[in-house]
Design a protein around this ligand. Structure first.
Ligand code: MRU
Length: 357
């Protein structure tokens, strides 16, 4: 496998007429790229987490709808738009929690509508450009998030992260892992604990993989070991990503995140949420309004095991995300800066500025 940052998680290949993704379900064992040519294939790849991580899902949906629309042959804008809306609604139904999916698709629609008086060539070109802009903005945001995040950390610190909010989940440096990569470049010598992140093991399969590949000192722990390493004084800050930040700062992220936040509060360890402005959802006043995805029971009882590890017919509850209350969060870090509690005003100001520019 090549260098970490040369692995491209999501891209559009218009010659092939495909959305090309790195299949994250095959990592860390194999680096396999898939060329997805239909809306159904793209939907399935998002649903089954072949492409995953809030910003990467948004970029995949944007490139995906652009790729699908390049193949459309129609008489006029009305028909083109009708087809666009159908694919948009379909892709939006793939996963409910990460707001980036909906934001990216909405952006694509707004851009298309701006060009409705032009011709089919212009509509298709506009979609290509907007998808590219979404990806490029994501990459730029990651670096700035990394700089802000690093300003809160000191050389030699022990850090803990949950799930995967790195290169594979976003573009380039990722969000929660961005300060770690920048610190690595600048000789900060962090030691990082990666929670394995049951049931889908994004921490073990993806975070441990990418940090190790980048030469970062990473130690994999099971989720139930976080308290132990915190108690031993080996963690000075927790860095996590986010799938949706409500207007009051309540944050949805991978299941288990809220438990880590409770532990961090107990041990007096700062708990930082890092994500792009596109993850802030002012339409969601508080965490209770965030729809939490529930996934197949087999992910808990069978997946990754060579044989079933729970009794047949046992009840299973498998929420993919949880909400960390704003009062457990020390700071929310975006490309615009660092927000401290109470979050509402700063998040609103950032988001409004972002919408207006
Ligand atoms: O179900 P996943 O793997 O898509 O969940 C991902 C997470 O929860 C990440 O922590 C979050 O999307 C932030 S990614 C920058």
């Amino acid at each position: 496998m090549g260098n970490l940052f040369t692995m491209v998680t999501v891209r559009a290949d218009y010659e092939q007429g495909a959305l090309v993704i790195l299949d994250q379900t095959q990592l860390p064992n194999q680096e396999v790229y898939l060329a997805l040519k239909t809306a159904e294939e793209i939907w399935e790849a998002i649903y089954s987490l072949k492409v995953r991580g809030a910003p990467a899902i948004g970029v995949a949906a944007a490139y995906g709808i652009s790729v699908c629309m390049q193949k459309v042959v129609v008489a006029g804008f009305e028909e083109f738009y009708r087809k666009f809306v159908k694919i948009k609604a379909y892709l939006a139904s793939s996963r409910p929690t990460a707001v980036n999916l909906f934001m990216a698709l909405d952006r694509m629609e707004v851009r298309l509508l701006r060009h409705q008086k032009e011709d089919v060539k212009a509509w298709k070109q506009a979609l290509r450009e907007e998808a590219e802009a979404i990806r490029a903005e994501d990459a730029g945001a990651c670096r700035r998030i990394g700089e802000w995040g690093l300003s809160l950390l000191k050389p030699g610190m022990g850090l803990l992260t949950h799930c995967n909010a790195g290169h594979l989940a976003v573009s380039e440096y990722g969000t929660a892992l961005a300060p770690i990569y920048l610190g690595q470049e600048r000789g900060y010598g962090f030691s990082v604990f990666a929670d394995e992140t049951r049931p889908l093991l994004q921490g073990a399969r993806l975070t441990a993989f990418e940090l190790q590949k980048a030469g970062v000192d990473v130690t994999l722990i099971c989720d139930n070991m976080a308290s132990s390493v915190m108690k031993q004084g080996r963690v000075q800050a927790v860095l996590v990503g986010c799938d949706r930040v409500a207007a009051n700062g309540d944050t949805a992220n991978k299941i288990g995140t809220s438990g880590v936040a409770v532990l961090a509060k107990y041990y007096g360890i700062p708990f930082y949420v890092l994500g792009p402005i596109s993850t802030i959802d002012l339409g969601c006043p508080a965490g209770e309004q965030i729809q939490i995805e529930e996934r197949a029971h087999e992910e808990v009882t069978e997946k990754w095991y060579t044989r079933r590890m729970a009794p047949e017919r046992v009840n299973v509850y498998n929420p993919a995300f949880d909400v960390t209350s704003a009062d457990l969060i020390t700071a929310i870090i975006t490309e615009k800066g660092i927000a401290y509690p109470p979050f509402e005003e700063t998040l609103r100001e950032w988001k409004m500025k972002d919408i207006l520019t």
